[in-house]
Design a binder for this molecule. Structure first.
Ligand code: HPA
Length: 283
Protein backbone atom coordinates (compact mmCIF):
# COMPACT_ATOMS: atom_id res chain seq x y z
CA UNK A 1 0.00 0.00 0.00
CA UNK A 2 1.26 3.49 -0.79
CA UNK A 3 1.05 6.03 1.98
CA UNK A 4 -1.12 9.03 1.19
CA UNK A 5 1.95 11.23 0.85
CA UNK A 6 3.56 8.80 -1.60
CA UNK A 7 0.47 8.36 -3.74
CA UNK A 8 0.04 12.12 -4.02
CA UNK A 9 3.64 12.90 -4.97
CA UNK A 10 4.54 12.92 -8.67
CA UNK A 11 5.87 9.76 -10.29
CA UNK A 12 9.44 11.06 -10.53
CA UNK A 13 9.65 11.72 -6.81
CA UNK A 14 8.18 8.29 -6.03
CA UNK A 15 10.75 6.64 -8.29
CA UNK A 16 13.54 8.63 -6.62
CA UNK A 17 12.30 7.56 -3.20
CA UNK A 18 12.39 3.88 -4.23
CA UNK A 19 15.89 4.26 -5.74
CA UNK A 20 17.14 5.90 -2.52
CA UNK A 21 15.63 3.11 -0.40
CA UNK A 22 17.36 0.46 -2.50
CA UNK A 23 20.70 2.26 -2.35
CA UNK A 24 20.44 2.36 1.45
CA UNK A 25 20.45 -1.47 1.37
CA UNK A 26 23.17 -1.95 -1.24
CA UNK A 27 25.71 0.79 -1.49
CA UNK A 28 27.47 -0.19 -4.72
CA UNK A 29 27.59 1.31 -8.16
CA UNK A 30 25.18 -1.02 -9.98
CA UNK A 31 25.31 -0.58 -13.77
CA UNK A 32 23.42 -3.68 -14.90
CA UNK A 33 19.86 -4.82 -14.23
CA UNK A 34 18.04 -8.04 -15.05
CA UNK A 35 14.33 -8.85 -15.18
CA UNK A 36 13.56 -12.55 -14.80
CA UNK A 37 10.46 -13.86 -16.57
CA UNK A 38 8.04 -16.70 -15.77
CA UNK A 39 9.85 -19.81 -14.62
CA UNK A 40 13.28 -18.17 -15.03
CA UNK A 41 13.66 -16.82 -11.48
CA UNK A 42 16.36 -19.28 -10.35
CA UNK A 43 19.17 -17.13 -11.71
CA UNK A 44 18.77 -14.76 -8.75
CA UNK A 45 20.13 -17.55 -6.49
CA UNK A 46 23.48 -17.32 -8.29
CA UNK A 47 24.30 -13.83 -7.03
CA UNK A 48 27.23 -13.53 -4.65
CA UNK A 49 27.06 -11.42 -1.45
CA UNK A 50 23.40 -10.84 -2.19
CA UNK A 51 20.75 -8.77 -0.44
CA UNK A 52 17.08 -9.54 -1.22
CA UNK A 53 14.39 -6.91 -0.86
CA UNK A 54 10.77 -8.14 -1.09
CA UNK A 55 8.75 -5.73 -3.23
CA UNK A 56 6.63 -4.78 -0.23
CA UNK A 57 9.74 -3.21 1.31
CA UNK A 58 10.36 -0.96 -1.69
CA UNK A 59 8.10 2.10 -1.66
CA UNK A 60 6.01 2.41 -4.82
CA UNK A 61 6.43 -1.21 -6.02
CA UNK A 62 3.26 -3.17 -6.70
CA UNK A 63 3.01 -6.93 -5.95
CA UNK A 64 3.10 -9.60 -8.68
CA UNK A 65 0.05 -11.82 -8.60
CA UNK A 66 1.24 -14.58 -10.94
CA UNK A 67 2.65 -17.95 -9.95
CA UNK A 68 6.29 -18.15 -11.03
CA UNK A 69 7.01 -14.51 -10.17
CA UNK A 70 8.57 -14.30 -6.70
CA UNK A 71 8.34 -10.54 -6.13
CA UNK A 72 11.74 -9.50 -4.87
CA UNK A 73 14.70 -7.46 -5.93
CA UNK A 74 18.00 -9.24 -5.41
CA UNK A 75 21.20 -7.18 -5.41
CA UNK A 76 24.60 -8.80 -5.53
CA UNK A 77 27.49 -9.70 -7.83
CA UNK A 78 27.99 -11.98 -10.78
CA UNK A 79 31.67 -12.74 -11.40
CA UNK A 80 32.46 -9.55 -9.48
CA UNK A 81 30.05 -7.26 -11.40
CA UNK A 82 27.34 -5.64 -9.27
CA UNK A 83 23.87 -6.44 -10.60
CA UNK A 84 20.24 -5.78 -9.63
CA UNK A 85 17.82 -8.61 -10.43
CA UNK A 86 14.04 -8.30 -10.46
CA UNK A 87 12.65 -11.70 -9.63
CA UNK A 88 9.12 -11.16 -10.87
CA UNK A 89 7.52 -8.42 -12.95
CA UNK A 90 4.18 -6.65 -13.34
CA UNK A 91 1.94 -7.14 -16.37
CA UNK A 92 -0.95 -5.19 -17.84
CA UNK A 93 -3.14 -8.30 -17.65
CA UNK A 94 -2.90 -8.21 -13.85
CA UNK A 95 -4.73 -4.90 -13.99
CA UNK A 96 -1.68 -2.73 -13.31
CA UNK A 97 -1.38 0.71 -14.85
CA UNK A 98 1.33 1.81 -17.29
CA UNK A 99 3.19 3.50 -14.44
CA UNK A 100 3.00 0.43 -12.18
CA UNK A 101 4.19 -1.98 -14.88
CA UNK A 102 7.21 0.17 -15.68
CA UNK A 103 7.97 1.56 -12.20
CA UNK A 104 10.89 -0.87 -11.55
CA UNK A 105 12.55 0.06 -14.86
CA UNK A 106 12.35 3.74 -13.96
CA UNK A 107 13.86 2.93 -10.57
CA UNK A 108 16.71 1.15 -12.41
CA UNK A 109 17.20 4.31 -14.46
CA UNK A 110 17.45 6.58 -11.44
CA UNK A 111 19.79 4.09 -9.71
CA UNK A 112 22.21 4.75 -12.57
CA UNK A 113 21.71 1.43 -14.36
CA UNK A 114 22.89 1.62 -17.98
CA UNK A 115 22.22 -1.91 -19.28
CA UNK A 116 19.34 -4.32 -18.73
CA UNK A 117 18.63 -7.91 -19.68
CA UNK A 118 14.91 -8.48 -20.12
CA UNK A 119 13.97 -12.15 -20.09
CA UNK A 120 10.62 -13.77 -20.72
CA UNK A 121 8.73 -16.93 -21.52
CA UNK A 122 7.26 -16.83 -25.01
CA UNK A 123 5.33 -18.94 -27.48
CA UNK A 124 7.21 -19.95 -30.63
CA UNK A 125 5.68 -18.76 -33.91
CA UNK A 126 8.64 -19.45 -36.19
CA UNK A 127 8.29 -23.09 -37.17
CA UNK A 128 12.07 -23.49 -37.08
CA UNK A 129 11.93 -23.07 -33.30
CA UNK A 130 11.46 -25.84 -30.74
CA UNK A 131 10.11 -25.92 -27.25
CA UNK A 132 13.07 -24.96 -25.04
CA UNK A 133 14.85 -22.84 -27.70
CA UNK A 134 16.36 -19.57 -26.51
CA UNK A 135 15.83 -16.50 -28.71
CA UNK A 136 17.63 -13.17 -28.74
CA UNK A 137 15.07 -10.45 -29.38
CA UNK A 138 16.16 -8.45 -32.43
CA UNK A 139 13.10 -6.17 -32.47
CA UNK A 140 9.50 -6.08 -31.28
CA UNK A 141 5.92 -5.49 -32.35
CA UNK A 142 3.95 -3.61 -29.72
CA UNK A 143 0.44 -5.06 -30.12
CA UNK A 144 -0.65 -4.36 -26.55
CA UNK A 145 -2.93 -1.55 -27.71
CA UNK A 146 -1.19 0.82 -25.33
CA UNK A 147 2.16 2.51 -24.91
CA UNK A 148 3.81 2.91 -21.49
CA UNK A 149 4.78 6.49 -22.34
CA UNK A 150 1.30 7.75 -23.17
CA UNK A 151 0.06 10.45 -20.83
CA UNK A 152 1.93 13.51 -19.58
CA UNK A 153 5.70 13.32 -20.10
CA UNK A 154 8.09 14.22 -17.32
CA UNK A 155 11.20 15.36 -19.20
CA UNK A 156 13.37 14.23 -16.28
CA UNK A 157 12.79 10.66 -17.49
CA UNK A 158 13.55 11.49 -21.12
CA UNK A 159 12.18 12.92 -24.33
CA UNK A 160 8.52 12.92 -25.38
CA UNK A 161 9.20 10.99 -28.61
CA UNK A 162 12.03 8.50 -27.99
CA UNK A 163 13.71 6.86 -30.96
CA UNK A 164 12.95 3.14 -31.30
CA UNK A 165 15.17 2.27 -34.26
CA UNK A 166 17.45 0.07 -32.13
CA UNK A 167 15.53 -0.92 -29.01
CA UNK A 168 17.63 -4.07 -28.55
CA UNK A 169 21.32 -3.14 -28.69
CA UNK A 170 23.08 -4.78 -31.63
CA UNK A 171 26.29 -4.81 -29.64
CA UNK A 172 24.56 -6.68 -26.79
CA UNK A 173 23.07 -9.15 -29.28
CA UNK A 174 26.58 -9.91 -30.57
CA UNK A 175 27.83 -10.44 -27.00
CA UNK A 176 24.98 -12.92 -26.42
CA UNK A 177 25.81 -14.77 -29.66
CA UNK A 178 29.51 -14.97 -28.75
CA UNK A 179 28.82 -16.26 -25.26
CA UNK A 180 26.30 -18.82 -26.51
CA UNK A 181 28.87 -20.04 -29.03
CA UNK A 182 31.44 -20.41 -26.24
CA UNK A 183 28.92 -22.63 -24.41
CA UNK A 184 28.15 -24.62 -27.57
CA UNK A 185 24.58 -23.38 -27.42
CA UNK A 186 22.34 -22.61 -30.37
CA UNK A 187 20.59 -19.25 -29.98
CA UNK A 188 17.78 -18.16 -32.29
CA UNK A 189 17.18 -14.52 -33.12
CA UNK A 190 13.82 -12.99 -33.89
CA UNK A 191 11.00 -10.50 -33.49
CA UNK A 192 8.94 -10.61 -30.28
CA UNK A 193 5.27 -9.67 -30.54
CA UNK A 194 3.72 -8.38 -27.31
CA UNK A 195 0.04 -9.09 -26.77
CA UNK A 196 -1.83 -7.89 -23.70
CA UNK A 197 -3.08 -11.37 -22.63
CA UNK A 198 -3.97 -13.00 -20.29
CA UNK A 199 -5.67 -15.45 -22.63
CA UNK A 200 -3.23 -17.15 -24.97
CA UNK A 201 -3.63 -16.39 -28.66
CA UNK A 202 -5.98 -18.16 -31.04
CA UNK A 203 -4.46 -20.04 -34.00
CA UNK A 204 -5.80 -17.26 -36.28
CA UNK A 205 -4.04 -14.62 -34.19
CA UNK A 206 -0.82 -16.64 -34.36
CA UNK A 207 -1.11 -16.80 -38.19
CA UNK A 208 -1.68 -13.03 -38.20
CA UNK A 209 1.41 -12.49 -36.04
CA UNK A 210 3.51 -14.66 -38.36
CA UNK A 211 2.30 -12.64 -41.35
CA UNK A 212 3.29 -9.47 -39.49
CA UNK A 213 6.83 -10.79 -39.04
CA UNK A 214 6.77 -12.13 -35.48
CA UNK A 215 8.89 -15.13 -34.45
CA UNK A 216 7.63 -15.37 -30.87
CA UNK A 217 4.77 -14.01 -28.79
CA UNK A 218 4.45 -13.04 -25.15
CA UNK A 219 2.72 -10.71 -22.71
CA UNK A 220 5.58 -8.66 -21.26
CA UNK A 221 8.98 -7.06 -21.93
CA UNK A 222 7.92 -4.44 -24.50
CA UNK A 223 6.64 -1.84 -21.98
CA UNK A 224 9.89 -2.20 -20.02
CA UNK A 225 12.02 -1.99 -23.17
CA UNK A 226 10.29 1.21 -24.33
CA UNK A 227 10.70 2.87 -20.93
CA UNK A 228 14.33 1.71 -20.74
CA UNK A 229 15.07 3.34 -24.10
CA UNK A 230 13.47 6.60 -22.99
CA UNK A 231 15.80 6.52 -19.96
CA UNK A 232 18.82 5.84 -22.20
CA UNK A 233 19.29 2.27 -20.85
CA UNK A 234 20.62 -0.25 -23.38
CA UNK A 235 18.59 -3.45 -23.67
CA UNK A 236 19.26 -7.12 -24.29
CA UNK A 237 16.08 -9.21 -24.72
CA UNK A 238 16.10 -12.99 -24.25
CA UNK A 239 13.05 -15.21 -24.75
CA UNK A 240 12.71 -18.79 -23.62
CA UNK A 241 10.39 -20.54 -26.06
CA UNK A 242 8.41 -22.44 -23.45
CA UNK A 243 5.81 -23.76 -25.89
CA UNK A 244 4.95 -23.51 -29.55
CA UNK A 245 2.22 -20.88 -30.01
CA UNK A 246 -1.42 -21.87 -30.50
CA UNK A 247 -2.10 -23.86 -33.65
CA UNK A 248 1.61 -24.36 -34.50
CA UNK A 249 1.28 -27.79 -32.95
CA UNK A 250 -2.07 -29.42 -32.29
CA UNK A 251 -1.91 -29.12 -28.52
CA UNK A 252 -3.44 -26.77 -25.93
CA UNK A 253 -1.18 -24.37 -23.99
CA UNK A 254 -1.12 -24.02 -20.23
CA UNK A 255 0.88 -22.10 -17.64
CA UNK A 256 2.22 -25.32 -16.05
CA UNK A 257 3.89 -26.24 -19.35
CA UNK A 258 5.41 -22.75 -19.53
CA UNK A 259 6.82 -23.16 -16.01
CA UNK A 260 8.10 -26.70 -16.70
CA UNK A 261 10.03 -25.67 -19.81
CA UNK A 262 11.51 -22.76 -17.84
CA UNK A 263 12.73 -25.28 -15.26
CA UNK A 264 14.22 -27.53 -17.98
CA UNK A 265 16.34 -24.76 -19.49
CA UNK A 266 17.23 -23.31 -16.11
CA UNK A 267 20.89 -24.32 -16.04
CA UNK A 268 21.57 -23.40 -19.66
CA UNK A 269 19.90 -20.06 -19.12
CA UNK A 270 21.82 -19.43 -15.91
CA UNK A 271 25.18 -20.24 -17.51
CA UNK A 272 24.44 -17.94 -20.40
CA UNK A 273 23.41 -15.00 -18.20
CA UNK A 274 26.42 -15.53 -15.97
CA UNK A 275 28.73 -15.10 -18.98
CA UNK A 276 26.87 -12.23 -20.63
CA UNK A 277 26.21 -9.94 -17.66
CA UNK A 278 29.78 -9.00 -16.69
CA UNK A 279 30.41 -7.96 -20.31
CA UNK A 280 27.46 -5.56 -20.56
CA UNK A 281 28.91 -3.04 -18.14
CA UNK A 282 32.18 -2.87 -20.09
CA UNK A 283 30.85 -1.74 -23.50
N1 HPA B 1 1.61 -16.79 -25.83
C1 HPA B 1 1.75 -15.68 -25.09
N2 HPA B 1 2.54 -15.61 -24.03
C2 HPA B 1 3.25 -16.71 -23.70
C3 HPA B 1 3.16 -17.90 -24.43
C4 HPA B 1 2.29 -17.94 -25.55
O1 HPA B 1 2.15 -18.96 -26.26
N3 HPA B 1 3.98 -18.80 -23.82
C5 HPA B 1 4.56 -18.16 -22.77
N4 HPA B 1 4.12 -16.89 -22.69
Amino acid sequence: MLSEEQSLSPLYERVEHAARTIRAHFDEDVRTGVVLGSGLGAFADDLEDSVALPYEEIPGFARPTVEGHAGRLVLGRISGSPVAVLQGRFHFYEGYSRDEVTFPMRVFGLMGIKAVVLTNAAGGINIGFDQGSLMIISDHLNLMCTNPLSGPNDARFGVRFPDMSEVYSREFQEIAVEEAKALGLELRRGVYAAMSGPSYETPAEVRMLRTLGADAVGMSTVPEAIVARQLGIRVLGLSCITNMAAGVVDQPINHEEVMETGAQVRDTFRNLLRRIIPRLSTV
